[in-house]
Design a protein around this ligand. Structure first.
Ligand SMILES: [Zn+2]
Length: 294
């Protein structure tokens, strides 16, 4: 793949400041992804910034305010990722849109992702038993323990309404399982695991995240912490550990963990295309850095 990195940054100033802030990990965790062809991005990158067909703004690859690709990137050539649950992303109003990777999620999984700008966020009160918030707080649990803790979060009225289904069906099914078929074990697990319907991510710097977390509408939600994974985000925040993931990385790793630990299915790259833009941009910056370093 031969790319000419400097054209990615339209003006030299961007490029310079990018590279100064760049902290790339030595190994490349993004190289074995199952991705759709990025040829469309290579072409777009060579022709430079293009117009957003919605707002007319000049953008690279996609518009970070309208969540659509620019006119040089035909939408049919952008992969669509189907997610096993819904995702809400809450953005801080002062977050620079162009620097956020939250738009990647909306562009690549438009059916399952919604973005909100704080303080305009949905009311979660009635559905607390089927929603988790990704945040490494003192009480946060791991992805694989979600089902365990969500049970405790089920409000009494929700239990009452589904009581008949559960208590009538489970004993019968269990007997069957003990006797013979393995398949039913999966059915039972699946039934319980499908309790989780939505995951909330916060897209902002660390300090701003704390303000959003303190909002009363987000209290009482089960908080989930991701397994330790190192970021390869090129806009890594100074003074923060390298386990502080970009939003699209956090979403991706959450889904991979959820798929294997909760759905108990083999992961075969189903969500890799969430990193379609991310891995490409990462590679561009990595190449640019190498060029400058020579
Ligand atoms: Zn736009």
């Amino acid at each position: 793949m031969s790319l000419s990195p400097p054209t990615f940054f339209k003006d030299g100033k961007d490029c310079e400041s990018e590279l100064q802030n760049t902290s790339l990990t030595s190994e490349d965790p993004l190289q074995n992804l199952c991705l759709a062809s990025q040829e469309v991005l290579q072409k777009a990158q060579q022709s430079g910034r293009a117009k957003c067909l919605k707002c007319g703004g000049s953008r690279m690859f996609y518009c970070y305010t309208c969540y659509v690709p620019v006119e040089t990137v035909p939408i049919e050539q952008i992969p669509v990722v189907k997610l096993p649950l819904k995702i809400d992303i809450i953005k801080h109003p002062h977050e620079t849109d162009g620097k956020s990777t939250a738009a990647h999620a909306k562009l690549l999984a438009p059916e399952d992702v919604n973005l909100y700008t704080y303080p305009c966020i949905p009311e979660y009160e009635e559905r607390k038993h089927e929603i988790v918030l990704v945040f490494p707080g003192p009480d946060s649990v791991s992805v694989e323990d979600i089902s365990l803790y969500l049970h405790k979060h089920i409000p009494s009225n929700a239990l009452d309404s589904s009581k008949n289904d559960r208590s009538d069906n489970l004993p019968n099914k269990r007997q069957k399982v003990e006797g013979e078929e393995d398949r039913d074990v999966g059915d039972i697990n699946r039934k319980d695991d499908s309790l989780l319907k939505k995951v909330i991510f916060i897209d902002s710097t660390w300090n701003q995240t704390h303000k959003i977390i303190a909002d009363e509408r987000l209290q009482g939600l089960l908080q989930v912490e991701l397994k330790t994974r190192k970021t390869c985000f090129w806009r890594h925040q100074k003074g923060k550990p390298d386990t502080f993931l970009s939003t699209i990385e956090a979403i991706y790793y959450f889904l991979v963990d959820y798929h294997t630990a909760v759905l108990k299915e083999q992961y075969k790259g189903q969500y890799d295309n969430l990193l379609f833009f991310y891995s490409f941009m990462y590679q561009l910056i990595k190449n640019a850095k190498n060029t400058v370093g020579k």
